[in-house]
Design a protein around this ligand. Structure first.
Ligand SMILES: Cc1cc2nc3c(=O)[nH]c(=O)nc-3n(C[C@H](O)[C@H](O)[C@H](O)COP(=O)(O)OP(=O)(O)OC[C@H]3O[C@@H](n4cnc5c(N)ncnc54)[C@H](O)[C@@H]3O)c2cc1C
Length: 384
């Protein structure tokens, strides 16, 4: 790793998917960019496992879409079911895009593809470096690291995740802290037979919801809302969820839990995305329910848009492009948070109304414009 420079054009704090994508964009535009991350190595867990069509369209601008698309499962359809009965099919294969599918790929692979691209362009990530301070003057900004280094730059990108220190130091607080009183379990499991290898399924069963989605190594992602999510779900737990909420006539047998986690849902969007020379992107700017797999997608779209806007500001003095980024990305986040909220409420409706909900969905499924609109919203194509 090379030495941390005293001066650069843009400092990116955080080397999650969003920080890596902003940095690759800036390096691709020919700008000097320095990326720091507090972790000694990148995370290797699967976390966000869905990349949608609009995100792939935008990632073309940093030349990673084809590589990423080749590493995942291209699922042409997402289907809401109750047992073996289909309630609502959502077709991605009819969308007007070069990527008519939802791509199932673990976040660790997405991050590796972005890091490879950054390194191809001559960039790197400085680790472990915790950013502890940020201060602005009229013509520049300084970021202080726990190593004692101080880096001067024209701009700072806060891509340091949900608990962003840079956001808080810059006074870009998030409006409120809304935590939904729902608890979710997540597990990546190996399953012997009985589950489709190229379709994302969302079961609206009477005992509760369950997502079953294929991953490229042959495993499956399970996500369920449960009363008390275990810290580490085991095989029996995952099997019980599949049996009580999944397909009715299935021989699917869970043989291993590869990785598990539990989480609660926070819904927040930063009041503003810009304070002078500090700009927010990704989870630092917005967090919401994982319903519809929107979080990382929204962040990656922020990243590509911000990379372009910063390049215009640096090269042509187009400061207005940064305000445009801040306003339009925040608008998009408000829409996505609202969509994820509606999907979550629908998926976790009170038990008594679940049969009614499922009946209503079957009726709505008869309306092609409704199905098309949902596909556009989930894929992000509606945000073009
Ligand atoms: C268990 C789990 C499951 C998830 N599942 C899904 C899913 O199914 N679908 C979905 O869309 N999303 C999911 N997410 C959310 C998704 O992972 C995030 O939306 C995505 O990682 C956001 O990317 P980011 O780059 O903005 O932030 P992060 O990935 O959080 O990256 C922030 C980076 O900043 C670094 N950092 C933080 N503070 C500092 C500092 N002061 N100085 C230097 N570095 C710092 C961190 O080390 C980290 O590497 C999941 C998250 C978790 C934890």
């Amino acid at each position: 790793m090379s030495e941390i420079p005293d001066r650069t054009e843009v400092i990116v704090v955080g080397a999650g998917p969003v920080g890596l994508a902003v940095a690759a964009s800036l390096a691709g535009h020919g700008h000097g960019v320095t990326v720091v991350d507090r972790q000694a190595t990148g995370a290797n867990t699967s976390r966000a496992a869905v990349v949608h069509a609009r995100t792939l369209e935008m990632l073309e601008r940093i030349d990673v879409s084809n590589r990423l698309a080749g590493l995942g499962i291209q699922a042409p359809q997402f289907s809401i079911r109750d047992g073996d009965r289909e309630l609502l099919p959502v077709r991605f294969d009819r969308l007007p895009t070069a990527y008519p599918y939802t791509l199932m790929v673990p976040q660790s692979i997405t991050e590796q593809v972005l890091l490879d691209r950054l390194e191809d362009l001559g960039g790197e990530v400085h680790r472990p470096c915790l950013a502890t301070g940020v201060s602005q003057t009229a013509d520049g900004v300084e970021v202080t690291l726990d190593t004692g280094d101080i880096i001067e730059a024209e701009y700072v990108v806060a891509a340091d995740g949900m608990n962003s220190k840079i956001r808080d130091l810059a006074g870009l607080g998030q409006n409120g802290s809304d935590t939904l009183s729902l608890s979710f379990m997540l597990a990546d499991v190996r399953v012997e037979s009985g589950l489709p290898p190229d379709e994302v399924l969302l079961f609206f069963a009477t005992p509760g919801m369950l997502v079953v989605a294929p991953l490229p190594d042959g495993s499956f992602r399970l996500v369920a809302e449960v009363d008390d999510a275990p810290e580490q779900p085991d095989v029996a737990y995952a099997q019980r969820l599949l049996k009580t909420r999944g397909p009715r006539h299935s021989t699917a047998k869970v043989t291993e839990v590869i990785w598990g986690s539990r989480f609660r849902v926070h819904e927040r969007v930063a009041d503003r995305y810009r304070a002078g020379r500090v700009l927010l992107a990704g989870d630092a700017a917005h967090t919401h329910s994982p319903a519809g797999g929107q979080g990382m997608n929204l962040g990656l779209r922020d990243a590509v848009a911000l990379g372009d806007a910063l390049s215009s500001a640096l090269r042509e003095g187009r400061d207005d492009k940064l305000d445009e980024y801040a306003a339009s990305s925040r608008d998009e986040a408000l829409q996505v948070v609202a969509l994820a909220h509606r999907l979550t409420r629908l998926a976790t409706a009170p038990r008594a109304v679940r049969p009614l909900r499922n009946g209503a969905l079957r009726l709505l499924a008869l309306l092609p414009p409704f199905r098309r609109r949902l596909a556009e919203q989930l894929s992000g194509i509606g945000h073009r």
